[in-house]
Design a protein around this ligand. Sequence first.
Ligand SMILES: Cc1cc2nc3c(=O)[nH]c(=O)nc-3n(C[C@H](O)[C@H](O)[C@H](O)COP(=O)(O)OP(=O)(O)OC[C@H]3O[C@@H](n4cnc5c(N)ncnc54)[C@H](O)[C@@H]3O)c2cc1C
Length: 388
Amino acid sequence: MDFEFTKEDLKVRQELREFIEKEGTPEMFRETEDNGDIYGAPLGREIIKKIAAKGWLTPGWSKEYGGLEASEATCYAIRDEMGYMGVPFGFVAAHMAGPTIMRFGSEAMKKEWLPRISTGEIEFALGYTEPQAGSDLSAISMRAEDKGDYFLLNGNKLFNTSCHIADYHWLAARTDFEAAKHKGISMMIVDLKSPGITIGPIITMAGWRTNEVSYEDVKVPKENIVGKVNQGFYYMMSALDFERNFPLGRYRRIFDIMIKYAKETIVDDKPIAKNPLIRQRLAQMAIEIKATYLLYYNLAHILDSGRIPTYEASMEKLFATEVAQRITNLGMDMLGLYNQLVEDSKWAKLKGSIQKYYQTSIVETIYAGTSEIQRTIIATKGLKMPRR
Ligand SMILES: Cc1cc2nc3c(=O)[nH]c(=O)nc-3n(C[C@H](O)[C@H](O)[C@H](O)COP(=O)(O)OP(=O)(O)OC[C@H]3O[C@@H](n4cnc5c(N)ncnc54)[C@H](O)[C@@H]3O)c2cc1C
């Protein structure tokens, strides 16, 4: 069993770090934080296009479509490093839509979309959740009626983050109204500038934006259907098995900042790193971070061996997102009352970043499947327990 990265992996990671140190600007880092680390805002697009030009946006893809044919371990390392360094690392096109098109799309669709995704030219917004369909995506009810050479869409989506800064909607809609719930859904790509789409803001407690989106008689050409009609539920589930992973890099950076703060902050003539309670809790956190990385790279190893992770992906997503919350909780405790101050306050410690990620960390255990849903998958697929 080898727990080491290859020399090539370490080299890529170092190159990427140096590249971001050189190209990153305070405005871009701020923009990224203000958008919850997702891709689509202008300054993020500038740097990600340069990162993509080196093949690092879609490193696992074939060279034909703009990748490096890198191992999953390398892909995981790159994504984690991007999170650590503070550039956007939440991609719908590169991490969810692209791989699904690669697996299930027609040749024409691959040629049309994959090159534009791997260069970072376009971004998609994830269009799954609706007011009555979140954990249970088989309840999706947005209507897509077959009108000959196009579908006519009507209905509402909720919490569709990045619709206001993305170019296209990666949309799940109902195309068969009689079939069993999970057999009548199709995946399609919709231009977010299409007439009839209204995008309204929902501001999260962390200050960044997600959206409610309404469709009123929106026409979607038939060639924008992904794979086969009515197979969308299967595509969504299969994509989650591959892509449900959570790189902890962003929060590991917060942890490193906390360690430095503990060493440098003097209270009663001593650094707070000498306070037994703080040391114990930081040491405990270090163990949990290490354990998260073992789960994270184990997932990459499963994929590199040609297997499909199911409950293992849920284990990592669940554990990593709960660790993220424990890191920021500890950070809030360490800062005391300063923890309430935002970046722009002159009294803010650590540029207000702890409170920002404390609030962002809440949603990590909700999207891409809540912790309850992950535990159900681990119980049924991992432990082979009966469904309730
Ligand atoms: C800030 C934010 C951004 C988001 N961004 C996107 C996005 O870009 N695109 C997108 O499509 N979606 C997005 N989502 C939606 C997210 O994926 C859903 O909120 C999530 O899947 C939960 O669905 P729900 O909100 O409908 O809650 P529900 O499914 O109604 O769940 C409510 C509670 O019941 C529990 N529960 C539900 N079913 C079960 C069960 N079978 N067993 C045990 N417990 C259960 C859940 O764990 C939860 O605690 C976002 C959500 C938020 C909050």
